[in-house]
Ligand binder design. Structure first.
Ligand SMILES: CC(=O)SCCNC(=O)CCNC(=O)[C@H](O)C(C)(C)COP(=O)(O)OP(=O)(O)OC[C@H]1O[C@@H](n2cnc3c(N)ncnc32)[C@H](O)[C@@H]1OP(=O)(O)O
Length: 276
């Protein structure tokens, strides 16, 4: 689970010196900084956008499509079987607020999105609050068990793990680390990419979806079919579980799917599952 809205500001232990002290934002310090280069993840996205010549317009179009796919998915109840309503206690003893769907996909303003300022690079930047994932809260859970345990507990598994692989690259290029993990996974499992029915690529930034699709020549119609982190949110410690869980529900019986997440620091982890 991840509650980015509850991540504290840090202060150094000990006496506060004459002249005061600085608060450190835990979100940036522990989550969104590339520690090797001391830059924000968004600056890494800009570096990859430049390298792969991914324009602002392409990123905005990708984000718009992500928001539209998520809205349609809610309309057609594509998330129905995997969402559990959460009651959030309110201050002063008021009745708990029930959250039964993501709010992020409704926050989009299509007229505003294409006119937002660049956040991370003022000059010639391309990444904005609209085409990046936001800061979100969320939780996802999966139960992994052996074949023996499945028999012992008489449960019906949703899917089986076909294989998994990790990939690494230069930390600043972490958004395209999936393009290294995925070929390893396909090689390990001996499954051609054409046999993968659905791809869940964690879109920490629109650049991640576009860049990996471009580098691996994947069919865009099979990627994040119900939207992704840009439109559904990216609570950073839970997105991996969410995309694997969603794949379990989105695939049809017998189909194989791949979920992959880039990790800040230059890595990516990929897993292939088969719907049972
Ligand atoms: C390995 C990995 O996973 S790396 C990825 C990890 N995740 C990240 O790095 C998170 C990246 N995102 C962020 O850091 C933040 O969300 C930021 C910096 C991009 C934006 O933060 P904020 O400025 O606080 O966003 P905020 O919600 O206030 O939005 C800024 C503006 O954009 C607008 N906006 C935001 N999203 C949208 C949208 N989808 N459509 C239209 N407008 C939007 C807001 O309305 C707001 O407008 P205003 O200035 O007129 O009020």
């Amino acid at each position: 689970m991840e509650s980015m809205s509850n991540i504290p500001y840090y202060i150094k232990r000990g006496e506060i010196p004459y002249g005061g002290t600085q608060l450190i934002d835990g979100i940036l310090y522990d989550g969104l900084t590339d520690v090797y280069n001391q830059i924000h993840m968004g600056n890494c996205a800009e570096i990859v956008a430049r390298k792969l010549e991914i324009s602002r317009q392409q990123q905005d179009q990708y984000a718009i499509s992500s928001y539209k796919k998520s809205a349609l998915a809610y309309e057609t109840k594509a998330f129905k079987d995997e969402l559990i309503p959460v009651a959030v206690p309110q201050k002063q003893g008021g009745p708990p607020e029930i959250f039964s769907e993501d709010e992020e996909y409704k926050r989009v303003n299509f007229d505003k999105l294409t006119n937002l300022p660049n956040i991370f690079e003022k000059e010639n930047g391309t990444v904005t609050a609209g085409n990046a994932a936001a800061l979100n809260d969320g939780a996802a859970a999966l139960v992994l068990m052996t074949v023996d345990a499945v028999k012992r507990f008489h449960v019906q598994p949703l899917a089986r793990i076909v294989g998994y692989a990790d990939g690494e690259c230069d930390p600043v290029e972490f958004p395209i680390a999936p393009s290294i993990a995925i070929p390893k996974l396909l090689k390990n499992t001996n499954v051609p990419k054409e046999d993968v029915a659905l791809w869940e690529i964690n879109e920490a930034f629109s650049v991640v979806g576009i860049g990996n699709q471009k580098l691996l020549d994947l069919d865009p119609a099979k990627i994040n079919v119900h939207g992704g982190a840009v439109s559904l949110g990216h609570p950073i410690g839970m997105s991996g579980a969410r995309i694997v869980g969603h794949l379990c529900y989105a695939l049809k019986k017998g189909e194989k799917g791949v979920a992959v997440a880039c990790n800040g620091g230059g890595g990516a982890s990929a897993i292939m599952i088969e719907k049972l």
